[in-house]
Design a protein around this ligand. Structure first.
Ligand code: GUN
Length: 290
């Protein structure tokens, strides 16, 4: 058996086209279009690439954008003041501070400063808290977890009752993905670097979400035949044969896992494009909270 490939690029394109159509309709009706502010601090090359991609996508879809670049040694107060200013800016509905931040800055303080109504990343503790509450809805669901759920449901709309392994417990991906999987009535197990018998947890799971940042961690033989496998890893591996000097690999040994899974997402072209599409969808939604 060879798995169905979950084409994140194509799914993302569909979502972006829907957002674009909704914005065109707003323009026709002379309603305000949403605005997204991106904030990049420092010189992390991967963060620079991601932010550039987010800014380009806003332009493609007709979303107004403001981008800020702050130096690596930017004081915390300067960043906090910028966010406070953006919270007041009527032309901006979404604020995205690209993570990770340089070590001297408190991610927690920064996330607390963003208005929950402009928290298009869904990472503010208010929104993260609402995600965990049974009868509540956050104002925004976080982008990568939303993309993951969308990808899973594209191949299996009803995942109710399934067992899921989520490898990684970060605030951006692992934890909120587990919460969202639970909201879809699956039973998630949150695994991490101290988890004993990770292979066995995976073997019993109908869904595996690998977000550990560890290249090739998940082996093909760990995959339950027919399982849905979502690879969130984006690992840069030195490769002299590539013009860029590196290649991107996921957390899953794709060539092995593709032979056992029912459906699997590739790297690149899987979760990455979905994160950006969901950010655009959240920015459109943000206009409701204006
Ligand atoms: N860094 C990696 N992924 C993300 C994300 O989804 N949002 C932000 N703000 N930073 C990130």
């Amino acid at each position: 058996m060879t798995a169905e490939i979950i084409d994140g690029k194509k799914l993302a394109e569909n979502i972006k086209q829907e957002v674009k159509a909704a914005i065109e309709e707003r323009v026709r009706q002379q309603l305000p279009v949403p605005g997204l502010a991106t904030v990049l601090v420092g010189n992390n090359p991967a963060s620079r690439t991601y932010v550039a991609s987010k800014i380009k996508t806003t332009a493609d879809l007709g979303i107004h954008s403001l981008s800020y670049e702050l130096e690596e040694n930017c004081p915390q107060d300067k960043l906090v003041s910028l966010i406070e200013e953006l919270n007041q800016n009527q032309d901006i509905q979404g604020i995205l501070v690209q993570l990770p931040l340089p070590d001297h800055l408190s991610e927690d303080r920064v996330m607390h400063t963003i208005s929950p109504k402009k928290d298009v990343d869904g990472l503010h503790p208010y929104n993260a808290g609402l995600l965990t509450r049974k009868y509540s809805e956050p104002l925004f669901y976080p982008c990568t977890p939303s993309g993951i759920i969308h990808m899973i449901q594209s191949v299996c709309p009803d995942i109710s009752g399934m067992d899921a392994a989520v490898i990684g417990r970060s605030s951006i991906v692992g934890m909120p993905t587990a919460m969202m999987l639970s909201r879809c009535n699956t039973t998630p197990t949150i695994c991490h670097s101290q988890t004993r018998h990770l292979d066995e947890v995976c073997r019993e799971s109908d869904i595996v979400v690998a977000a550990a940042g560890s290249p090739g961690l998940v082996r093909g033989e760990w995959i339950k035949p027919g399982a849905i496998v979502i690879d969130v890893g984006i690992n840069h591996i030195p490769d002299k044969t590539s013009p860029r000097g590196y290649r991107l690999v996921g957390d899953v040994e794709f060539d092995e896992a593709v032979k056992r899974a029912g459906a699997i997402s590739p790297v690149p072209g899987g979760v990455g494009p979905m994160t950006i599409a969901m950010l655009m969808a959240n920015t459109l939604k943000a206009i409701e909270y204006r």
